[in-house]
Design a protein around this ligand. Structure first.
Ligand code: NAD
Length: 302
């Protein structure tokens, strides 16, 4: 039987540490880290995510400021809000909940967020920093997945990791973090041939696909560590259930360690958002009066 990597328990520990450090920052510098959350439109899933993030911020002692905009908001209006938040010294992190309505250019909005306040780690400068091993803000889901892996492996050096999925928010940054930890990394995706055979060679499998129970028992080497990022809503006997990308019942008996869904990577993602907000506040504090209109200079100082 695999060791269960409990995301609920581990995320509570991460949040406790963040809460303690937030109190220290308040006591020593009279600064309360603040996260601005921007939600455009009425996507029900996005509303749930935002509610969870705001609740978590409260639990960690982080101030959250919600900006809810109508579904027909235009690019100029959203850019003006981002600009205000970039220039507000009392806001340390900016999160624009994705996906945005179709009329909005997501890439342009992500690039408009100041990299020092980009707590999602999606800004091209933060992406570049991660790829080149420099300090920056790292996307929350891969960051949480790495913390989970470190529960099982003291040293990841030399391990063969297979990441299934190559999205900008999970697969690619996950691969970059594993590479930084000296893993040998393979990234497989929708066009990869013979995925099962590649996965079977892996000491670590990270599944970030969005297909319920895609990863079967014969994809996994006995004893391997399996991180299941997938969140898929499926109907089971008329009831809506959340399933991961891994067939948990089949894989759990032979894996060395495995994350559950729900209660795995999901809560770690939110905890890492709070961790990133604290990191952003600290960096802005130490950078002092940085000119927020010049991202390249600001990132160089962090
Ligand atoms: P995405 O749709 O952007 O990317 C999916 C990736 O899977 C693509 O790179 C694609 O090439 C690959 N893929 C598709 N079909 C495949 C197949 N049959 N075999 C191998 N690869 C295949 O998705 P995403 O944003 O990376 O999210 C992936 C999953 O993780 C989703 O279920 C999403 O809900 C979940 N997710 C969870 C969290 C969390 O906090 N736990 C955060 C982000 C995403």
């Amino acid at each position: 039987m695999a060791r269960l990597i409990d995301g609920k328990q581990l995320s509570a520990q991460v949040l406790d540490t963040v809460a303690t450090e937030v109190q220290q920052l308040k006591a020593e510098h009279s600064v309360t880290p603040a996260l601005a959350v921007v939600l455009v439109g009425d996507d029900p899933a996005s509303h749930v995510y935002v509610r969870n993030k705001v609740r978590s911020a409260g639990n960690a002692g982080i101030r959250s400021i919600e900006h809810r905009l109508d579904a027909d908001t235009d690019q100029q209006t959203l850019n003006a809000l981002i600009d205000n938040l970039n220039n507000d010294p009392d806001v340390h992190g900016i999160l624009v909940q994705l996906p945005l309505p179709a009329q909005l250019d997501e890439d342009q909005i992500i690039a408009a967020i100041h990299p020092d306040k980009d707590v999602d780690g999606f800004h091209p400068l933060n992406v570049g920093a991660l790829a080149s091993g420099q300090s920056g803000l790292v996307p929350c889901t891969p960051l949480g997945s790495m913390i989970m892996l470190q529960q099982v492996h003291d040293d990841l050096s030399g391990k063969h990791a297979v990441v299934i999925g190559r999205s900008n928010i999970v697969g690619k940054p996950m691969a970059a973090l594993l590479l930084q930890a000296n893993c040998t990394v393979s990234v497989v995706h929708s066009r990869t041939r013979n995925i099962e055979a590649l996965c079977r060679q892996a000491d670590i499998v990270v599944a970030a696909v969005g297909r319920a129970e895609l990863v079967k028992a014969d994809w996994i080497k006995p004893g391997a560590t399996v991180i299941d990022v997938g969140i898929n809503a499926v109907e089971v006997e008329g009831k809506r259930k959340l399933k991961g990308d891994v067939d948990f019942a089949a894989v759990e008996p032979l894996a060395g360690a495995i994350t559950p869904v729900p209660g795995g990577v999901g809560p770690m993602t939110i905890a890492c958002l709070m961790k990133n907000t604290l990191t952003a506040a600290r960096r802005q504090l130490s950078a002092g009066d940085t000119d927020k209109s010049n991202p390249a200079v600001a990132v160089g100082q962090s």
